[in-house]
Ligand binder design. Structure first.
Ligand code: 5GP
Ligand code: ZN
Length: 113
């Protein structure tokens, strides 16, 4: 857990461009954006992915997603956005700390894979 990149960002040991923080999560800019607006919503509690998520963590994640809906103006996502969470290498997951990509700022490619 200590060498997890996102835990280090949450603890402030690695700098990030932070757009929002509360007791449950942070929202930061992705370091390698794949859309004009590309954020990462990262729950503060470390767990690898949605399969490992407990019922309690699922409740927290739901609260985080609801919060995102109130932040669209602050994030410049008034026209719409996409949420993505990769599970496993086949899906492209590279960081083993659950996170949700928030993508927007343009008309996105509708191909899902
Ligand atoms: P995944 O590939 O696991 O779904 O998403 C991981 C994301 O984290 C990638 O989009 C990658 O660009 C981003 N990322 C990796 N390291 C860092 C970092 O140190 N800072 C920030 N802001 N994003 C990172
Ligand atoms: Zn972590």
């Amino acid at each position: 857990m200590n060498d997890c990149i996102f835990c280090k960002i949450i603890r402030g040991e690695i700098p990030s461009q932070k757009f929002y923080e509360d007791e449950d999560m942070i929202i930061i800019a992705d370091i390698a954006p794949q859309a004009p607006k590309h954020y990462l919503m990262i729950p503060k509690e470390h767990y690898p992915d949605i399969i490992a998520m407990t019922d309690e963590q699922a409740v927290t994640l739901g609260r985080c997603l609801k919060k995102v809906s109130t932040l669209v103006d602050r994030l410049g996502l008034e026209d719409g956005f996409r949420l993505v969470s990769n599970k496993g290498a086949v899906a492209g997951q590279t960081v083993g700390h659950l996170h949700v990509h928030i993508l927007g700022g343009a008309t996105l490619n509708t191909t899902m894979a």
